[in-house]
Design a protein around this ligand. Structure first.
Ligand code: GLN
Length: 196
């Protein structure tokens, strides 16, 4: 199926996700009629089959979602959402930070900056449930974790601090940055989950 892949472009790692999705489309043999584009308004979102919410600063992205009138349109969005790092925080039902207005699209509690100062950024080879081809080289940058999730959700990976990869229906949320590097397996998995 041809797809319109939107990347929420309010702040954060926007171009990296666009490049990663373009590469994923190429690798999965999708034709040139699939598109990847920036989403800044409800009208942009209306054209999307799926949406990506990139990493960045979740307090800023949350404020800009509200300011751009995107809060309800994203909540009502019918397609899957690929949420990384700050995006994971925004997808939760609960976040212990009053500056965040969580979208509540995944039944889980997220904790921002869960790795503390000592491990603000680190990389590790992470086994991910159901991902073929071995562990995923995961880059964590001031990453959140999920501290609680409804048992109906599919946990894909955890570290000592909590859950770092999780799925609910068509959505996937990751603590780390799969758009940095050349491994598009998670982007491809998300497209497949959404029938693309
Ligand atoms: N710590 C950031 C936040 O909560 C997320 C960091 C990231 O997206 N790389 O906004």
């Amino acid at each position: 199926m041809d797809a319109n892949i939107g990347v929420l472009a309010l702040q954060g790692n926007v171009s990296e996700h666009i490049d990663a999705f373009l590469l994923a489309l190429e690798r999965t043999g999708h034709g040139p009629s699939s598109e990847v584009f920036e989403v800044r308004s409800p009208a942009d979102l209306a054209d999307c089959t799926v949406l990506s919410i990139p990493g960045g600063e979740s307090t800023t992205i949350s404020r800009l979602i509200d300011k751009n009138g995107l809060y309800e349109p994203i909540r009502q969005f019918k397609g899957g959402i690929f949420a990384t790092c700050a995006g994971m925080v925004l997808m939760a039902t609960e976040v212990a930070d009053p500056r965040i207005h969580p979208l509540g699209l995944m039944d889980m509690v997220a904790d921002r900056n869960a790795f503390g100062r000592q491990r603000e950024s680190f990389e590790t080879d992470l086994p991910i449930s159901g991902l073929d081809g071995g562990s995923f080289h995961a880059i964590f940058i001031r990453a959140p974790v999920v501290t609680w999730a409804d048992p109906a959700l599919n946990v894909l990976a955890r570290l000592d601090q909590g859950i770092v990869a999780i799925e609910q229906g068509k959505h996937i949320a990751l603590s780390f940055h799969p758009e940095l590097g050349n491994d598009t397996r998670l982007h491809e998995r998300f497209l497949k989950m959404n029938g693309i």
